[in-house]
Design a protein around this ligand. Structure first.
Ligand SMILES: Nc1nc2c(c(=O)[nH]1)N[C@H]1C(S)=C(S)[C@@H](COP(=O)(O)O)O[C@H]1N2
Ligand SMILES: [Mo]
Length: 337
């Protein structure tokens, strides 16, 4: 019973917020993690007399929220919603978004990632800051999360493979961290590196990819108000499959730019290479969303909305042109793949 903390995931969700189906799935998942079955135990753990339940932080219902972060950050979640960023389509059910993941470190199969993440340890966690910046060094994530003002933002999410979702993220603008770190005027790009942990991330054993995953932005992009340094989603700390404990979210770019599980942030003079440069026809440096420039192997004119599986039209910059179009030339293909 070493895993007694895990049932907190579902016993704290207010009954009013879950459908009967969700309630069933939550309990079933939690029981599976305990390695037991039977309603008797479920009833016992969920009972209000359980002292563990009383102290429980708010955990997500769809698994693999790191319990240590959920506990340390229980006072920070959920953050206040910033209503400036509005989305017309309905929010994607967490059950869908947490079960359909691109996270090549675990698997190329989107529906399998969630089943492979449980042994990956994401606490404690440090992020190294280096390059053309004053405040270089190693930052404990529990300090880093307090270097900006957390807020909730609902953003559209669009994968380059042409599926899309609407997701409530929790984070703070990357610009707040960058200002606090005081980069030198020579810094014109920001580079990010994901964790390298082949014993816990089976996909990293596939040597056809140049692990660890790395990505980069121009300084203007990194400072843009939309660029969110992200620690949570759906009102709780990030699920492992969604990039725990820290990732980037860029709603006007294809998802591959939104690097997960970051361990290094580097300020650079020259444009850095990215993980995908090894596959030059696949995904470019900018990756801005544009229905008029197709991927070499498929159309980008429309996308499949995960909630309903309906096909909907793609919008330029995913609908965020008012915030970002000034950074690019709309006729230059280099910005749109
Ligand atoms: N480290 C790392 N970051 C990554 C990826 C990855 O495979 N590894 N996939 C990217 C892609 S292609 C997408 S669409 C998003 C998916 O994030 P999600 O699983 O939270 O939807 O993460 C991006 N960040
Ligand atoms: Mo993607």
């Amino acid at each position: 019973m070493a895993n007694l903390r895990i049932p907190r995931a579902w016993d704290r969700i207010p009954e009013s917020q879950v459908t009967p189906e969700e309630r069933y799935l939550n309990r079933r998942d939690a029981l599976k993690q305990l390695g037991v079955a039977g309603v008797g135990l479920a009833g016992l753990i969920a009972g209000t007399n359980n002292p563990l339940a009383a102290r429980a932080p708010q955990l997500g219902p769809y698994g693999h929220v790191p319990a240590q972060w959920a506990e340390k950050w229980s006072g920070l979640f959920p953050a206040a919603r910033n209503e400036k960023y509005r989305v017309v389509r309905p929010v994607t059910q967490e059950r869908l978004f947490a079960g359909y993941n691109n996270f090549y470190e675990f698997s190329l199969k989107k529906d399998k990632v969630k089943d492979l993440v449980s042994d990956c340890r994401v606490h404690p966690w440090e992020v190294e800051i280096k390059g053309e910046v004053e405040k270089r060094g190693r930052y404990d994530l529990d300090d880093l999360i307090r270097m900006g003002e957390l807020e909730d933002r609902i953003y559209r999410h669009r994968c380059v493979e042409a599926w899309s979702a609407v997701v409530p993220w929790t984070g703070y603008p990357l610009s707040q961290l960058i200002k606090a770190l005081n980069p030198s005027p020579k810094a014109r790009f920001v580079r990010f590196v994901s964790v390298y942990r082949p014993t816990q991330m089976p996909g990293q054993l596939d040597r056809s990819y140049p692990w660890p995953y790395y990505e980069a932005l121009t300084m203007d992009e990194a400072m843009n108000e939309l660029t969110l340094l992200t620690f949570g989603l759906y009102g709780h700390p990030l699920n492992k499959q969604n990039g725990a404990p820290i990732r980037i979210v860029l709603p006007w770019k294809y998802g591959f730019k939104g690097i997960k599980s970051i361990v290094k942030i580097e300020f650079k003079k020259k444009q850095p290479r990215t993980f995908w440069d090894k596959f030059p026809r696949e995904y470019g440096f900018y990756g801005n969303i544009n229905p008029n420039f197709d991927h070499p192997r498929w159309s980008q004119a429309s996308e499949i909305f995960l909630n309903t599986r309906e096909r909907v039209s793609t919008q330029i910059y995913n609908g965020y042109g008012e915030f970002v179009s000034q950074m690019y030339d709309e006729d230059d293909r280099k910005y749109f793949y």
